[in-house]
Structure formats: C-alpha cells, structure tokens
Design a protein around this ligand. Structure first.
Ligand code: NAG
Ligand code: NAG
Ligand code: NAG
Length: 177
C-alpha cells in the first residue's frame, strides 16, 4: 500500500506539473450541466460560488465527489470553508468508476487539498467507498474532461496521515455527517 501511495503521488505530481493550460471554463460548464441532469443542484451552486472567485480552480484534471442536496443541506459551510470543502471533495485526476474499481483495495489518493487523503475501499457487495462515503451514482460527468460521482455523505478525513508537513493555517473543523 505504501508503494502504491508513492506511485500514485508520482503520477499526480507529474500530471499536475505538466498541465499548465489555463482552467477551461467550457469544461466546467459542461460538467455542471451533467451534475444538474442528475439533480446535484447544491453542489453546482457551491461550485459556481467558488468559480466566481478568481483562480480558485486551476486544473481541469478533476474528479468531483458530490454529496446529494439532502446531505449538503445538513451542515453549514462558511464562505471561508467553501474552497477547502469543494477541493477536498475532488481528486486531482479524472477517474471514471472503472478506474476506481481497479485501485487496489485500501489505496490512498490525495484529494485536491494535499493534507486531506481519500482512501478507496471496495467492500464487494455493499459497494465502493471513498473514506466514509459510498459511491451511489457513478459517472455523472461524461461530457467533458472533468469526472464526477455522487456519494452518500460528505467526506470525513483522518487528520493523522503522515503525508504533508503541518501548515500554519488553522485546521478547518471536521465536517460531521
Ligand atoms: C475547452 O475544452 C473544450 C472541450 O471540452 C474545447 O473544445 C476548447 O477548445 C477548450 N478551450 C480552451 C481554451 O482550451
Ligand atoms: C477491502 O478491505 C476491507 C477492509 O479494509 C475489507 O472489509 C473488504 O472485504 C476488502 N474487499 C475486498 C474485495 O477484498
Ligand atoms: C478510510 O477512511 C475512513 C474515513 O476517514 C476511515 O474510517 C477508515 O478507517 C479508513 N480506512 C483505511 C483502511 O484507512
């Protein structure tokens, strides 16, 4: 598992440093149309608010993990937490369900917030989990480079992963389900 982590981190670093093109808004609009067609309205609204702030999104190589409107309505996100919330609900590489299914069970991938990792657990019958959330509506985004999947809950994160050096920013509060 450790080797896989190093391997994946290498891939992510490479793909991230290679793509220097500016963020493609056409792709984002197409992804948001896909999200709306599956009723992920709340997530689209949050993305639009984030996107109204310059340079919040920098790379189109993205997989969003979207809690439903009902799940989103259960907790409060302050304007200051919006950026971290949305980026921690994304993986900085486009992954369809089939990719996720082929990760070794228990793989850990970084979210777009490097201090927050996402583990991928294949439970067989009860489905594929990203951290605490089950993937309930896979492959919602199909028409652009951006990928997205509906998940059963907002993600919670372990804070004790040995990935990055501690940052000076205050830790955002853990999001309760
Ligand atoms: C953005 O992506 C679309 C296809 O998804 C492509 O047609 C368009 O040329 C891209 N725009 C830029 C500025 O790269
Ligand atoms: C994946 O790992 C979890 C525990 O980490 C285990 O419960 C599950 O059965 C495993 N899935 C497969 C398909 O082996
Ligand atoms: C995966 O993440 C969930 C939620 O953060 C945690 O409860 C679980 O123990 C993690 N599993 C592994 C194998 O690290």
């Amino acid at each position: 598992m450790a080797l896989w982590l190093v391997f994946l981190l290498t891939i992510f670093t490479l793909t991230q440093s290679q793509n220097t093109a500016p963020f493609n808004q056409t792709d984002l609009q197409a992804a948001m149309t896909d999200m709306r067609s599956h009723s992920y309205y709340g997530f689209v609204i949050l993305l639009k608010i984030l996107n109204s702030q310059p340079n919040s999104l920098q790379n189109n190589d993205l997989t969003f993990l979207m809690p439903s409107d009902e799940q989103l309505s259960h907790f409060s996100i302050t304007p200051l937490q919006l950026h971290d919330f949305l980026l921690s609900h994304s993986i900085p590489t486009p992954l369809v369900l089939n990719h996720l299914l082929h990760f070794p069970n228990g793989s850990v991938v970084p979210s777009s917030i490097p201090t927050k990792s996402i583990n991928i657990t294949n439970t067989g019958k009860s489905g594929l989990f990203v951290n605490n959330a089950r993937i309930v509506t896979p492959n919602v985004c199909q028409t652009s480079l951006i990928r997205c999947h509906g998940i059963s809950a907002a993600l919670t994160f372990h804070t004790n992963l040995p990935l990055p050096p501690p940052s000076s920013e205050p830790k955002p509060p853990t999001i309760e389900q």
